[in-house]
Ligand binder design. Structure first.
Ligand SMILES: *Cc1c(COP(=O)(O)O)cnc(C)c1O
Length: 390
């Protein structure tokens, strides 16, 4: 089996209780558990509105599309984003016929405020910030920048379920982001099968999301089904060319069963990160670490290091049954976005040298000792202690 990068862990019995309830009730679609989860998520995070959807990708697509329409942006207007992300983030911009403009990252691997500011033009309409690995990076500075320049701000919080500031607040709340989108995909910190949630402080935006995610129809099926008279349940209007992005009760049931474990799991992730860090911090020349912002209690979706020969280390670990990952290849290396290739040197460095080490509930202290021993042996002996820096 070896040690995998990710492995979801579930309270199987609690999940089955939730799923059974859906099956016995005869309601597996939108509504019921999805509404229950939305309430639970609002309470957990402090977001004013939350709409449960079938993925974070759907949420990002809808976020950009809705803002474009709502504020009357033109095709070709610009949204500043990061090259270091899963491709969904940047596709959300392109999908709406807007142009992704890439700013560079800083030592937190999140967008660098200075680089973002340098990329603002009279066509810039918004910024998408990715809380990389659960890190808040310099998000507060980006919030201020967006307010100063009158830009909209979308927070891609796919890695951030459970991330908080030290004062307890969740990033994106209190008007910091216009829209925050979480992922509950199978390997994220709150795993379901596939789902996510789109959050905002704006009642108007929330209302639009609920229509757009359901073909543009202005009433959801559950409301119509429980409509007491029932006489007019076939009557609805269609206001948009919508999509089919809604979440369903089965997934929401699993999310409800898992939510009570999120803080506990994230605390264990932080412990794993600390165990890794204790060993690697002895080799500052050979092993680079990601800077976690001082005001951030990170969900620690990822634990990453930089080494000189990342691909070599990857093969060496694989041959010892450890299976790390890479987050991410700079999106500007893909042909879709290569118009910006080479414009973000820090992101390019990360793309070449970063490796994500196993991070999940099944990784033990002994596993971390085993993995760190292998990494140290590789960089100190096999690669003779060469520096990771360029
Ligand atoms: C996983 C991920 C997404 C996409 O989430 P889905 O729920 O799988 O659509 C978007 N952005 C980032 C940064 C991610 O890691």
């Amino acid at each position: 089996m070896g040690i995998q990068l990710f492995k979801a862990s579930f309270d199987v019995e609690a999940c089955l209780v939730q799923v059974r309830e859906c099956l016995e009730k005869g309601w597996t679609g939108m509504g019921f558990k999805t509404v229950e989860f939305e309430e639970a998520w609002k309470k957990y995070t402090g977001h004013k509105y939350a709409y449960y959807i079938n993925s974070n990708t759907a949420g990002l697509y809808m976020a950009v599309d809705t803002l474009k329409e709502f504020y009357g942006w033109e095709d070709g207007d610009e949204v500043i984003s990061t090259p270091l992300t899963f491709i969904s983030t940047n596709h959300a911009i392109s999908k709406s016929n807007l142009r992704a403009v890439f700013a560079d990252v800083d030592d937190t691997l999140c967008l660098a405020p200075k680089s973002v500011e340098e990329h603002i033009t009279d066509k810039t309409r918004a910024v998408i910030f990715v809380g990389f690995g659960g890190n808040t990076g310099n998000f507060k500075k980006i919030v201020k920048l967006c307010k100063d320049y009158g830009l909209k701000l979308i927070l891609d919080a796919a890695h951030m379920s459970g991330t908080r500031y030290k004062d307890g607040g969740c990033p994106g709340t209190d008007g910091d982001a216009d829209i925050t989108v979480y992922s509950f995909q199978a390997v994220k910190n709150l795993p379901t099968g596939d789902s996510g949630v789109i959050c905002t402080d704006s009642a108007k935006l929330d209302e639009i999301f609920r229509k757009k995610a359901w073909l543009g129809i202005s009433k959801d099926t559950y409301t119509r089904t429980v409509d007491k008279g029932g006489t007019y349940k076939w009557k609805y209007d269609v206001e948009y060319i919508g999509d089919k992005y809604n979440g369903n009760a089965i997934m929401a049931g699993i999310a409800l069963a898992q939510l009570p474990y999120l803080d506990r799991d994230n605390a264990y992730r932080r412990t794993l990160a600390q165990w890794y860090t204790e060993v690697f911090s002895k080799y500052p020349e050979q092993i680079g670490l990601v800077k976690i912002s001082s005001d951030c209690v990170s969900s620690r979706h990822l634990f990453q290091i930089f080494v000189k020969d990342r691909d070599g280390l990857m093969m060496y670990l694989n041959s010892n049954e450890v299976y790390p990952g890479v987050h991410y290849v700079a999106n500007t290396d893909y042909c879709m976005y290569d118009y910006a290739k080479g414009t973000c040197p820090k992101a390019d460095f990360v793309s070449k040298h970063v490796i994500s080490l196993p991070m999940h509930m099944g990784v033990t202290f002994e596993d971390v000792q085993y993995i760190t021993r292998l990494v140290v042996k590789y960089v100190m002996e096999i690669r003779s202690g060469e520096s990771y820096k360029e």
